[in-house]
Design a protein around this ligand. Structure first.
Ligand code: SF4
Ligand code: F3S
Length: 112
């Protein structure tokens, strides 16, 4: 089991999560973060820190969900992030908007 970052992180990217992870397993994309599922130790401390409630245990995902694979894929190519940066100015406006992956996912790395 591991925790993974899901749709509502996109364009919110608050980054409170990275400050509490004891094993520094968050990776930085242009408009979201992912968790490396093989590095996550399942401690769960990042879950309540996320204002977007975007971090879920993979056991809570639908069987058809691609989020576990996506976290694994991009954790291997995006840079590690251990310090919170300034979130997007319009992060709160995007919190809860449905369907962000289809409309707004970016495979580009962040600038960490
Ligand atoms: Fe890091 Fe723990 Fe969150 Fe996994 S569950 S990403 S180890 S803070
Ligand atoms: Fe994303 Fe929540 Fe972290 S919005 S960057 S998973 S605090």
């Amino acid at each position: 089991m591991a925790y993974v970052v899901t749709d509502n992180c996109i364009k919110c990217k608050y980054m409170d999560c990275v400050e509490v992870c004891p094993v520094d397993c968050f990776y930085d994309g242009e408009n979201m973060l992912v968790i490396h599922p093989d590095e996550c130790i399942d401690c769960g401390v990042c879950v309540p820190e996320c204002p977007a409630e975007a971090i879920l245990p993979d056991t809570d995902l639908p069987a058809t969900s691609a989020w576990l694979a996506l976290n694994h894929q991009y954790a291997s190519s995006w840079p590690n992030i251990t310090r919170r940066k300034t979130p997007p100015a319009d992060a709160d406006a995007w919190n809860g908007v449905p369907g962000k992956f289809d409309a707004h996912f970016s495979s580009e790395p962040g600038d960490e």
